[in-house]
Ligand binder design. Structure first.
Ligand code: NI
Length: 170
């Protein structure tokens, strides 16, 4: 049974590896990632967050709406990022109840494989662009708190250590 990994955890800090060939095992995994994401009320989930250091993430900017807009990205590569950065309050399923405002480029052009193994190139803006950049960071072992000052980051990490201890999460 796959479970969400909470920070701090060395798995979340590792760089994930590309998938040479997408198979049914990965598709089953992706299905489970959506289940975990939706049941936790999240808008994005990267494979390292369930303990697997492979380059897959799922997102759904309409996660809390009736109309779902699931997007799966495998082996994503940034083609370009917009110069203009915008602030937005981010959270992360690996950091329950922690939020922080982070500046990121407002637009991203990205190349990736979808679940049918076909290559896609798309430009995303707004909330989807935000989620994609956050999830892409996960694949590189970067967490949203890594974009904050050391002081703010340390406060959140300390609270997360306490949270895990209280919940007896190893
Ligand atoms: Ni996250």
């Amino acid at each position: 049974m796959l479970k969400l990994i909470y920070a701090p955890d060395p798995i979340l800090k590792k760089e994930s590896v590309s998938i040479p060939q997408l198979d049914d095992h990965h598709r089953e995994l992706i299905k489970q990632m959506y289940e975990i994401m939706y049941s936790a009320n999240g808008v994005g989930l990267a494979a390292p967050q369930i303990g697997l250091n492979i380059r897959i993430f799922v997102l759904d900017a309409g996660s809390r709406d009736e109309e779902k807009k699931p997007i799966t990205m495998i082996n994503p590569k940034i083609i370009s990022l917009h110069e203009n950065k915008v602030p937005y309050e981010e959270g992360c399923l690996s950091f329950p109840e922690h939020f922080a405002e982070i500046d990121r480029p407002e637009k991203i052009k990205i190349e990736y494989l979808d679940e049918d193994n076909s290559k896609k190139i798309s430009t995303f803006t707004g909330f989807e662009s935000r989620i994609i950049q956050h999830e892409l960071d996960h694949l590189n072992g970067i967490l949203f708190v890594d974009h904050l000052s050391r002081l703010k980051r340390d406060v959140i990490i300390r609270k997360m250590r306490k949270y895990k201890k209280e919940k007896e999460i190893i």
